[in-house]
Design a protein around this ligand. Structure first.
Ligand code: PHE
Length: 347
C-alpha cells in the first residue's frame, strides 16, 4: 500500500476512534491542522523538481480530499448520535396514565358560611365583608370598649407594627363586630338627611384572630356577625330570627334556644345563645353557639345614628363551632391542618 493510502487509512481509524466532537477535532488537527501530516506533506513539495511537484501535488491533494470527506462523514455520524441520545433522554412515555387533578370541593367551614349566608339572605339580610387588619378604634373603641377598659382583656389580641393617625396600633380583628360599625356608618352616611332610613339588616362572616390555641380554639377562627337596627327592633325579633336560623341550619324543629345573661361592652343587655337538641347524639346538652345583645346606645351613636330613635340587636356566632356540631367533629384544629383525608369526607 502506498504511503498516501496508509495515511488515509490511519485518518479513517483515528476519526472512527473519536467518540465525541471534541476528540474528532483533535484527530482532525493531527492530519489537516497547521502542522498536521497532510500539511507537512504539502510543505515537502517545495523541495521537488517542477515535473514531480505537479503529479505529487495532485496525489496529495486527492488524499487530502478523501481525508476531508472522511472527517465530514464522521462529524455527521457524531452529530446524529448526539441527537439520538438527546431524544432518548427526553422521551415521553405517552402510554403512562396522566396526572389529572382529582375533583375539588369546598372546605366544610366554607360550606357552613354559605349556608348561613343563604338562610339570612332569605330573611332579608345583606352580606358584608371587611378588613382583617383593623384599627383599634373599629375593633374596640367604637364598640364601647375604649383603651384601658377592663373588657379588653376578654380578647387576647395580635397587634400589628403599624399605628393609625391617633397613634393607636392596628390589630388583627378579634371579632367581626367592627363590621357592625363599618356597615352601619356607611349606611347612615348614605341616608343622611333622609326622612326615613331603611333598616340595617346585615351579616358579616369572616376570619378573626386571637392569641388562643387548643382543641376548641384556633388563633385564626371564623365569626359571623349579625346586626339589625331600626326604629322598633327588639329582643323578640332576635329570638325569632335566631331560632328560625338554627332550625334551618340544623334542619330540625327539635331544638330549643336559651338566652343566658352575659356581658359584652357593645350590647346591653347581653346574652349568650345556647341551643339544645331534643334528639340525636348531642341530645339534651346546652351548647353555646353565639353571643348577642341589644346594641349599646354608645355604639349606635358611633354608627352615626341617634340612639333615641334607633335600636336593635347584634349577634356573633362561630361558623367553626356550628360546623363541628353539624358534622360531629370534636377537634377544631382539624379544620385548619389541611389534611385531605379529613377534608375530603365533607364532599
Ligand atoms: N363579638 C363578640 C365576641 O366575639 C360576640 C358578639 C357579637 C356579642 C355581637 C354580642 C353581639 O365575643
Amino acid at each position: 500500500m502506498s504511503a498516501l493510502l496508509e495515511l488515509i487509512e490511519e485518518a479513517r481509524s483515528a476519526f472512527a476512534g473519536a467518540a465525541t466532537p471534541a476528540q474528532l477535532e483533535d484527530a482532525k488537527a493531527r492530519f489537516l491542522g497547521k502542522s498536521g501530516r497532510v500539511t507537512e506533506l504539502m510543505k515537502g513539495l517545495a523541495a521537488l523538481p517542477v515535473e514531480e511537484k505537479k503529479s505529487r501535488g495532485a496525489e496529495i491533494n486527492q488524499a487530502k480530499q478523501q481525508i476531508e470527506s472522511l472527517l465530514s462523514g464522521r462529524r455527521t455520524q457524531l452529530a446524529e448520535a448526539e441527537l439520538e441520545a438527546q431524544l432518548k433522554a427526553e422521551a415521553l412515555d405517552v402510554t403512562l396514565p396522566g396526572r389529572a387533578r382529582g375533583p375539588g370541593g369546598l372546605h366544610p367551614v366554607t360550606r357552613t358560611i354559605e349556608r348561613i349566608e343563604a338562610i339570612f339572605a332569605s330573611m332579608g339580610f345583606d352580606v358584608a365583608d371587611g378588613p382583617e387588619i383593623e384599627s383599634d378604634w373599629m375593633n374596640f373603641t367604637a364598640l364601647n370598649n375604649p383603651a384601658n377598659h377592663p373588657a379588653r382583656s376578654m380578647q387576647d389580641t395580635f397587634y400589628v407594627d403599624l399605628k393609625d393617625a391617633d397613634g393607636m396600633p392596628y390589630c388583627l380583628r378579634t371579632h367581626t363586630s367592627p363590621m357592625q360599625v363599618r356597615y352601619a356608618r356607611a349606611h347612615a352616611a348614605q341616608h343622611a338627611g333622609a326622612e326615613d332610613m331603611p333598616e340595617i339588616r346585615v351579616i358579616a362572616p369572616g376570619r378573626t384572630y386571637r392569641v388562643d390555641s387548643d382543641a376548641t380554639h384556633s388563633p385564626m377562627f371564623h365569626q359571623c356577625e349579625g346586626l339589625w337596627i331600626g326604629e322598633a327592633v327588639s329582643f323578640r325579633d332576635l329570638k325569632s330570627v335566631f331560632t328560625e336560623f338554627c332550625k334551618r341550619f340544623f334542619e330540625t324543629d327539635q331544638l330549643e334556644l336559651r338566652f343566658r345573661p352575659s356581658y359584652f361592652p357593645f350590647t346591653e343587655p347581653s346574652a349568650e345563645i345556647d341551643i339544645a337538641f331534643a334528639d340525636g347524639p348531642l341530645k339534651g346538652r346546652w351548647l353555646e353557639v353565639a353571643g348577642s345583645g341589644q346594641v349599646h346606645p354608645t355604639v349606635v351613636r358611633n354608627f352615626g345614628l341617634d340612639p333615641e330613635k334607633y335600636i336593635g340587636f347584634a349577634f356573633g356566632m362561630g361558623p367553626d363551632r356550628l360546623t363541628m356540631l353539624r358534622y360531629g367533629v370534636n377537634d377544631l384544629r382539624q379544620f385548619f391542618e389541611g389534611d385531605l383525608r379529613f377534608l375530603a369526607q365533607f364532599n
